[in-house]
Ligand binder design. Structure first.
Ligand SMILES: Cc1cc2nc3c(=O)[nH]c(=O)nc-3n(C[C@H](O)[C@H](O)[C@H](O)COP(=O)(O)OP(=O)(O)OC[C@H]3O[C@@H](n4cnc5c(N)ncnc54)[C@H](O)[C@@H]3O)c2cc1C
Length: 383
């Protein structure tokens, strides 16, 4: 966020979180990348310090802070290149489903655990046969007496292995649903240990190496009736509303990572010499740096507007799509130009810019691809 958005309280919070990231995440991140997963204790440690689910309502053990605080966390993680700690997925993408659609009993039962980090969350929408097209979800849930029976498979699920609390999107063909304009989807909380719930491979990825990404399967998985989140058949509507926050988190992360790429590159090009001069003395370098700094400032102005929109609880579906599309594409351009200015060193894994480059690529894909963002934006224009 631009300094004009920062209050003394936010700065204080930012400083304490930054210090925590430097001490608790940065020194261990490489080890977690090699392991392909972060330890579960990371969440309880973060929870102890009050860094999870900052916007959770106070009556359920949260702090009831606004989205600016959540944004500080996302920014610091993005800037530190600690993509393994997917706290914002847990805190700002998944937990809000519970705040917005959970009943009293569910909120009391689960929000405290999400805040403390004892419950680590995941959300499973994507399937081997469908990703962008959520209406094509095939995982099925059928009501049998006092429980639902889930059958189907999910893939690419972030936190798929470390999570013990998963929101699963499934098709619920109940009487009347055939007349619905949207696919009759519903959301179910599937908990670790439920019969018929299995985790598959931790998928090998080109980047985000410390973040586990899993396949999940449900075979006659018995889910108690009480674990249905919200109303039957309203899942598509809930997803549409909540995906705005998810897209904004990607925009914020992308912007912060772009800033880090630029800072690393300014430093490097000042020190590296060629033809008797610093690389930063070449006009091409200076212009590239100027272009990147300008794009980042422009992105920041728009993202700050979106953050304020979230704080004011405005409908952010279209604005968040614009932010996600533009910032993730901008990060792609910035990371690519920065690697170029590092020369061969930019291609070496021991240089953080190389990690930033590979981690950047997925920002244009997950939480809705660039093409889907353009669909949402153009549909709004042409409605
Ligand atoms: C690292 C990682 C983590 C992820 N984490 C999660 C998670 O936690 N939970 C979860 O549910 N999912 C997760 N995903 C899945 C992710 O959201 C999907 O991969 C993404 O939405 C794209 O779906 P797809 O892969 O099926 O691609 P497809 O939908 O098959 O798309 C392939 C290509 O076709 C294009 N395309 C599709 N439809 C259209 C259209 N209408 N117009 C124009 N172009 C179109 C797409 O833009 C893309 O370029 C994750 C993915 C990755 C890579």
């Amino acid at each position: 966020m631009h300094e004009s958005m920062m209050t003394p309280e936010l700065v204080e919070f930012q400083n304490s979180f930054k210090k925590w990231v430097e001490n608790e995440l940065v020194p261990h991140h490489e080890k977690w990348e090699a392991q392909g997963i972060t330890p579960r204790e990371l969440y309880t440690k973060a929870g102890e310090q009050g860094f999870l689910c900052l916007t959770a309502p106070e009556e359920y053990g949260g702090m009831g802070l606004d989205f600016r605080y959540a944004s500080v966390v996302i920014e610091e993680l993005g800037y530190a290149l600690t993509s393994g700690a997917a706290f914002f997925l847990h805190s700002d993408v998944i937990a809000p489903y519970l705040y917005h659609y959970g009943n009293e009993e569910q909120k009391k039962k689960w929000i405290p655990g999400l805040v403390s980090g004892e419950l680590i969350s995941a959300i499973a929408m994507t399937e081997p046969g469908t990703g962008s097209d959520l209406q094509g979800i095939a995982t099925k849930a059928e009501l049998k007496g006092d429980h639902w029976v889930l059958n189907g498979a999910k893939t690419f699920i972030s936190n798929g292995h470390i999570s013990n609390w998963v929101i699963v999107v499934a098709r619920t063909e109940v009487p009347g649903s055939e007349n619905s304009k949207f696919a009759p989807l519903s959301l179910f909380v599937v908990e670790e240990g439920m019969e018929g719930f299995e985790r598959g491979r931790n998928l090998s990825k080109m980047g985000l190496k410390a973040q586990d990404t899993a396949e999940l399967s449900f075979t006659n998985c018995k889910v108690p009736k009480e674990n249905l989140l919200g109303e039957v058949g309203k899942g598509f509507l809930y997803l549409t509303n909540e995906l705005a926050a998810e897209r904004l988190t990607v925009a914020i992360w992308s912007l912060a990572t772009a800033k880090r790429c630029l800072d690393l590159t300014v430093e490097y090009t000042k020190g590296r010499k060629a033809f008797g001069r610093s690389i930063s003395d070449f006009q091409n370098t200076r212009y590239k740096l100027a272009e990147m700094a300008t794009e980042i400032s422009l992105g920041e102005a728009f993202v700050d507007r979106c953050i304020n929109g979230m704080v004011e609880e405005k409908d952010m579906i279209v604005e968040a799509s614009k932010a996600k599309y533009w910032c993730s594409e901008m990060l792609g351009r910035v990371a690519d130009d920065c690697v170029q200015l590092f020369g061969g060193y930019g291609y070496m894994n021991e240089y953080p810019i190389a990690k930033a480059y590979v981690d950047a690529r997925v920002q244009r894909i997950y939480a809705g691809t660039t093409e889907i963002m353009k669909e949402i934006i153009s549909r709004d224009l042409l409605k």
